[in-house]
Design a binder for this molecule. Structure first.
Ligand code: UGA
Length: 363
């Protein structure tokens, strides 16, 4: 099978907009997309190879169009979801509906036509590492923290810790899609993003959205506004960052190699880009100093706050996410090309060009 016609849910989001750039630049794909927002894809709205619906894909007005688009597509890529930890414990119902109920509706349509569904899950399905439950854990045994798609157990905290509403909904979606594959032979691919980083990620509060965004945008906002960068619970948690271009490369390879990609779950991450959140704050303020030409940013204030104060009741953190990507390397020939410094520098440069230059000029 050669993929030509694509349905893309969440085409206006961070991952979706970058994937759309790539698909339309290729010229060989026809894309039908849904999203609530067109802000990140405004440059594509007149492209004859792109048909855009600015709405909920399952609203009465467009549900029939979605059905028809799925029927005539080679693949449906499902990226639309609430994916912001500040909402998991405060809006758990919406989080679960967005990350499970909506996926279930889409899976039903795909199953009806046996259309291949590529679904964005999350590395958060692994929950916390086994190592984190050991007294005096020092992460000396990789078997207790490295994450392997079809082997590692998925460990989440108690129900009262509503942080896990997202991971649990994602896990159930994975189990549902797997069941559709096993029982109804629907082709599926699931991928688990590891902290994709890059231009256009998220929103900047007060400028392009409201609320508490992900850590990248929180730190950028602090630098823009001259407020302290906040380390939740000391900033000891670690994340492995993956530059968005690397992530899109992996998705493109799936589309080019359906046989290799189908009926698999892939970790998409870069373990060599692992960093503590504390070190991330330091690297980001240094990158901001470089790009703005203002060395004062090297000592931009960093303070500590508790998870309870920052996110509210029910927050719990993933301690570490170390991806094993042997499967993506073996089946897709993929691995990350961008290192940590490039990932952070390119991203900070984008946000400075987009918002920082203007703030600096206003001062
Ligand atoms: C995220 C989301 O749950 C998912 O959307 C996504 O699937 C997944 O990661 C992913 O992209 O891999 P998380 O990494 O915890 O989870 O969210 P971030 O907002 O990126 O926070 C990373 C870390 O920074 C956490 O330890 C958080 O407590 C901390 N943080 C966040 C701060 O120290 N300061 C802040 O201002 C914001």
């Amino acid at each position: 099978m050669k993929v030509k016609n694509i349905v893309l849910l969440g085409c206006g989001g961070f991952i979706g907009s970058h994937l759309l750039d790539r698909l339309l630049a290729d010229g060989g794909y026809n894309v039908v997309g849904w999203d609530f927002s067109a802000d990140k894809i405004a440059g594509h709205l007149d492209n004859p190879k792109f048909r855009f619906y600015q709405s909920d894909a399952f609203s009465e007005g467009t549900a029939a169009d979605l059905d028809n688009a799925v029927k005539h597509s080679d693949v449906v890529i499902s990226l639309a979801a609430i994916c912001n930890p500040s909402r998991y414990n405060t809006e758990a119902i919406a989080t679960i509906n967005s990350n499970f109920t909506e996926v279930q509706k889409l899976a039903e349509v795909c199953a009806k036509y046996k259309t291949w569904m590529i679904h964005a899950s999350t590395c958060e399905v692994y929950g916390r590492t086994m190592a984190s439950y050991l007294p005096d854990n020092s992460y000396d045994n990789p078997a207790l923290y490295e994450q392997i798609e079809d082997e590692t157990p998925l460990i989440m905290g108690p129900i009262q810790n509503q942080r896990w509403s997202y991971a649990c909904a994602k896990q159930l979606s994975e189990r549902l899609l797997h069941a559709y594959h096993v029982e109804q032979h629907m082709p599926i691919t699931m991928f688990r993003p590891y902290n994709f980083f890059g231009p256009r990620m998220d929103f900047i509060p007060g400028r392009t959205g409201d609320g508490v965004p992900r850590v990248l945008a929180c730190f950028v906002t602090a630098l823009l506004d001259g407020t302290p960068m906040k380390l939740v619970d000391g900033g000891h948690a670690r994340r492995a960052l993956l530059y968005i271009d690397d992530a899109v490369d992996a998705l493109e390879r799936m589309l080019q190699m359906p046989q290799a990609a189908q009926n698999q779950t892939f970790n998409l991450g870069a373990r060599q880009n692992e960093i503590s959140i504390r070190d991330l704050a330091v690297m980001m303020r240094n990158a901001y100093a470089d790009v703005s030409g203002n060395p004062a940013y090297r000592s931009h204030p960093i303070i500590e706050v508790s998870g309870l104060d920052f996110y509210g009741k029910g927050y719990e953190d993933c301690d570490r996410r170390v991806p094993n990507v042997a499967k993506a390397r073996r089946l897709l020939g993929w691995e990350a090309k961008y290192g940590l410094e490039e990932t952070i520098n390119y991203t900070v440069r984008y946000f400075y060009d987009e918002f920082g230059r203007e703030s600096a000029a206003a001062e």
